[in-house]
Design a protein around this ligand. Structure first.
Ligand code: AMP
Ligand code: GLY
Length: 421
């Protein structure tokens, strides 16, 4: 099978790394980064230019196009590729609104009876103020549209909340949402418009600093599986079943009923409250960095699952198998991330890091110039450790990270610490 992967981050490097474990695949990446370029052919294509991507995919006879990030999905790149007659893993623009518009997602959830936080949609600072009076602290305010992970604030500081409201109201409506308390879980489903197939649960660490302090980021680390789910739900499988039957399936049915069937990857961002599981967000693509710990555990061929999702044949796909071992990833970010990352610094130590047993280096924003590596973005590198237990995987990830050199580089030291005890 000939596969074109669109995107340039760690998520796409993780997808490509998983695909490369299979035989007989030809993989090309549109976008790419230094790590991806070491493994596959990289081409320069504007990721949000649907016509260009579709023409390239059909001219070069690709069997499948995999769209990694949300921006091309929301821009309708999947529609253009599908119209050109090439199978595509990723929803149409209409279906990607599940991620692209939080008020659209809330409406779908309301119609489908999917449990989520109560919400008020506001268009002025006065309305935001009134909604905040009604909901009480802590306040949760969310930009309605895509905001590259920066649109959400959770705070006890009313002035900070109002400031956030003001900033994002300039771009469109915002949502004032009920505060939900409990551990967070990310659970992915392959979807083909009609049916869903779950992957393995993971947990993401969104805050910049240890102890969940500091600003929200795209994600500073993740691990899978989540052994503590068994204490609450009897088993991880029982949890996955509940999310499938009460969240993923009703959502997919509602999308189909409205004439906007969802195919690709449905990312369910969940909070496990004392009152039950609640959706905090849907995404229309693989999560980053969760993918870096879910896909290394996937034993079944990823290409078959993505092709089945793309072609409406998930119903005949055998159940996915996952390795019973653990994976932990720790993200290395540039100084100044997330507000103003300093880029262009030397990056060294890859050989030492990859020499640690069970380690895979997944690149997020790197470039190689001659013999020298450079950091080119905010999140730079994901060190992924695998082992029999979370404690083993975690120890390996941190040992490997100790070999990496990036001036001013930041990472959390507590990823998967509690789960590994
Ligand atoms: P999101 O971009 O929607 O994933 O939100 C970013 C982070 O804000 C989430 O990972 C949560 O930690 C937090 N968050 C979002 N919605 C809520 C909520 N309703 N209650 C509490 N925390 C939330
Ligand atoms: N890790 C959160 C996301 O991918 O949106």
């Amino acid at each position: 099978m000939k596969i074109l992967v669109l995107g340039n981050g760690a998520r796409e490097h993780a997808i490509i790394t998983a695909l490369l474990r299979e035989d007989d695949l030809e993989i090309v990446c549109a976008g790419g980064n230094g790590g991806i370029a070491r493994q596959v052919r990289v081409v320069d294509l504007d990721p949000v230019d649907g016509a260009a991507v579709a023409a390239f995919a059909s001219d070069e006879s690709f069997d499948l196009v995999v769209i990694g990030p949300e921006a091309p999905l929301v821009a309708g790149v999947a529609d253009a590729v599908r119209e050109a007659g090439v199978a595509v893993f990723g929803p149409s623009a209409a279906a990607a609104r599940l991620e692209g518009s939080k008020s659209f997602a809330k409406r779908i959830m309301a119609e489908a009876n999917v449990p989520t936080g109560a919400v008020t949609r506001v268009t002025t600072v006065e309305e935001a103020d009134a909604a905040m009076d009604a909901s009480g602290a802590p306040w949760v305010l969310k930009a309605d549209g895509l905001a590259a992970g920066k649109g959400v604030i959770v705070t006890d500081d009313r002035d900070a909340a109002l400031q956030h409201a003001q900033t994002y109201l300039a771009e469109g409506p915002i949502l004032v949402e009920e505060f939900l308390e409990g551990p967070e879980v990310s659970l992915f489903f392959f979807a083909d418009g009609e049916s869903v197939v779950p992957l393995a649960p993971a947990q993401d660490f969104k805050r910049l600093r240890d102890g969940d302090e500091g600003p929200n980021t795209g994600g500073m680390g993740a691990y899978s599986p989540l052994p503590w789910l068994a204490d609450r739900f009897g088993s991880e499988a029982a949890f996955v079943d509940e999310v499938r039957s009460t969240i993923a399936e009703p959502t997919i049915r509602q999308m189909a009923k409205e004439g906007t069937p969802f195919s690709g990857l449905l990312y369910c961002g969940l909070i496990l409250t004392d009152a039950g599981i609640r959706v905090i967000e849907f995404n229309a693509r693989f999560g980053d960095p969760e993918t870096q710990v879910v896909l290394p555990r996937l034993v079944s061929p990823l290409s078959e699952a993505m092709f089945a999702a793309a072609t409406g044949s998930l119903g005949s796909l055998p159940p996915l198998e996952f390795d019973s071992g653990a994976a932990v990833t720790v993200v290395l970010a540039s100084e100044g991330y997330p507000e103003a990352p300093i880029t262009g610094r030397y990056l060294a130590g890859f050989d030492g890091a990859s020499g640690v047993e069970g380690i895979t280096l997944i690149h997020a924003a790197t470039k190689k110039d001659g013999y020298q590596w450079f950091a080119t973005g905010g999140r730079v590198l994901n060190v992924v450790g695998q082992g029999a237990t979370i404690a083993d995987a975690r120890a390996r990830a941190y040992e490997a990270l100790g070999h990496i050199d990036l001036q001013g580089g930041q990472y959390r030291t507590d990823i998967a610490e509690r789960a590994g005890q």
